[in-house]
Design a protein around this ligand. Structure first.
Ligand code: FAD
Ligand code: NA7
Length: 454
């Protein structure tokens, strides 16, 4: 049955995966429901749609973007590759394993421009509020077209939320920080390390953002970076100029004091303490309440909202896998909406969720986390016709990536991996990552950089 209507909120990689999944079905000659996607930015790509702005956007909305200039993929591209549109399909030649942001944006966009997907998306439009109408079994969604300053509502039989969760900062308080004389920003507002040249930087938090921003600051000429951890240090082999200390206890002026009794003066503080899952448009009974983890509670197969299975969330997990995981979720969601996948009872769904959550709680290492997410994707893929790919090999690549970072945090991006989709070995980039200050698509795709041609 396809005489129903699907609303998709967000046109980042997750929302676009949903459009792609339905398009794949249509291409097989099957009919699909009516689909409408609403995106608050003026373009698609989600996080990969870079902006120089911070704070609020052109129309006064809180900015979604947390990405920065000079951001290069922090994992091998071979681990995120779409199974139905490979890097070779897009670039027509092997490229390196760790492309910059603009190159990945181009790849995401390339898959979509081959279709009519853009016609389904209304840009500059924010989902403001959602109600579920029990009698009609429909969602009523209130939107703001922020460009034209118009509020309107639409009704959907299924609602897909793909609004991401690395956008609303988690910003803890540290005593005395209000009197720190230099810049205090969250990683969400970091737009590039060039403003920190010759400065002593304090980063609070010890996960991906702290790790990469410290390396960016090193690369672009900061004097020093200190990473302050709450639970565990990142523990890689840092170069001189990057160090780790336990958590800040308090600030006095520009001096930070740490819980081990040490202290140091800083020019700027970058708070890298992660993000909140925030759904200001969802009422309490439809809101996903979770932190950044591999298996959020209340999501059957990590996708279907258990208390109301007409509501679907994509990409709400912490992410080793990204683009291809969103695809497998979208394919699952599509086949469920099309009635090909029958949901078990509420009780059985709850039990299934518990098995996965207990599994996550028992994990002890990063390798375990990779295996867990690999098994999750294997499970999802078994329900649909998403092109199967060698997930064990991808899992091995993730583990190799983790090991390489430990020993060579500054140069891990120079390593190349083989695509499990095409068997193609990535090309070594023309310039070593530490020496490459230009992250543009144009420079990246040059066979030989212009400045090396005599
Ligand atoms: P997003 O990309 O966040 O897209 C969500 C979309 O929803 C946005 O376009 C947003 O504008 C829209 N939206 C939000 N609220 C509303 C609303 N109310 N109404 C309408 N639209 C709305 N992944 C990797 O694979 N490799 C990397 O190297 C990597 N680096 C990263 C670096 C940073 C700094 C961050 C923050 C993330 C990084 N990621 C990386 C993860 C990245 O989030 C995912 O790759 C991917 O972008 C997630 O896709 P998504 O569609 O789920 O969410
Ligand atoms: P993450 O991966 O969610 O990590 C958050 C980090 O912040 C983590 O080290 C936490 O330490 C730390 N944290 C959280 N709250 C506090 C407080 N109150 N005090 C000190 N430290 C705290 O977020 P990231 O921004 O690093 O990464 C998110 C995505 O952005 C990721 O996918 C990347 O690709 C880019 P904990 O270990 O919990 O003690």
């Amino acid at each position: 049955m396809t005489n129903f209507k699907v609303g998709v909120i967000g046109a980042g990689p997750s929302g676009l995966a949903m459009l792609r999944a339905f398009e794949a079905e249509q291409k097989k000659g099957n009919s699909i429901p009516e689909i409408k996607c609403f995106e608050k930015q003026d373009n698609w790509g989600g996080m990969w749609n870079y902006t120089w702005r911070t704070g609020v956007g052109k129309y006064g909305e809180p900015l979604h973007a947390s990405m920065y200039k000079y951001l290069w993929s922090n994992g091998p591209k071979e681990c995120l590759e779409f199974a139905d549109y490979t890097f070779l399909d897009h670039f027509k030649k092997p490229i390196s394993s760790y492309p910059p942001r603009e190159v990945l944006f181009d790849y995401i966009e390339g898959r979509m421009t081959k279709s009519k997907a853009r016609d389904f998306i209304q840009f500059n439009t924010v989902a403001r509020w959602v109600d579920y109408l029990e009698d009609k079994q429909q969602f009523r969604v209130v939107f703001d077209d922020v460009k034209n300053n118009i509020t309107f509502e639409e009704y959907f039989d299924y609602l897909v939320v793909g609004t991401g969760h690395f956008s609303t900062p988690n910003m803890p308080y540290f005593k005395g920080i209000e009197n720190f004389p230099g810049a205090v920003i969250h990683a969400h507002d970091f737009r590039g390390a060039d403003q920190f040249i010759n400065q002593d930087i304090l980063l609070i938090g010890s996960s991906y953002s702290a790790e990469d921003i410290a390396v960016q600051c090193y690369k672009h000429g900061a004097k020093s970076s200190t990473i302050s951890y709450r639970s565990n240090p990142i523990g890689v082999n840092w170069p001189n100029g990057i160090e780790e200390r336990p958590l800040v206890s308090h600030f006095e002026g520009n001096t930070a004091y740490f819980v081990d009794g040490t202290f140091k003066e800083y020019d700027a503080v970058i708070v890298c303490t992660g993000y909140q899952h925030k759904f200001p448009f969802l009422p309490d009974n439809l809101r996903l309440k979770t932190k950044n983890c591999l298996y959020p509670d209340n999501l059957f197969k990590g996708v279907v909202f258990n208390p109301n299975p007409r509501l679907i969330f994509l990409g709400m997990q912490d992410q080793y896998y990204t683009f291809n995981m969103f695809d497998t979720q979208a394919w699952f969601a599509r086949d469920y909406m099309l009635g090909r996948i029958q949901l078990p009872s509420f009780t059985d769904r709850t039990a299934d969720i518990k098995v996965w959550m207990d599994g996550e709680a028992a994990l002890t290492s990063a390798f375990d986390h990779v295996d867990f997410q690999t098994n999750y994707i294997k499970d999802l893929i078994s329900f649909t016709d998403y092109p199967p790919f060698d997930l064990d090999k991808v899992s091995d690549m993730f583990k190799e990536w983790l090991k390489t970072k430990e020993t060579d945090i500054l140069n891990y991006r120079d390593k190349v991996y083989k695509s499990v989709m095409t068997g193609t070995l990535a090309a070594e980039h023309h310039t070593e990552w530490m020496d490459e200050m230009d992250d543009s698509l144009e420079k990246y795709l040059e066979e030989v950089p212009i400045n090396e041609v005599v």
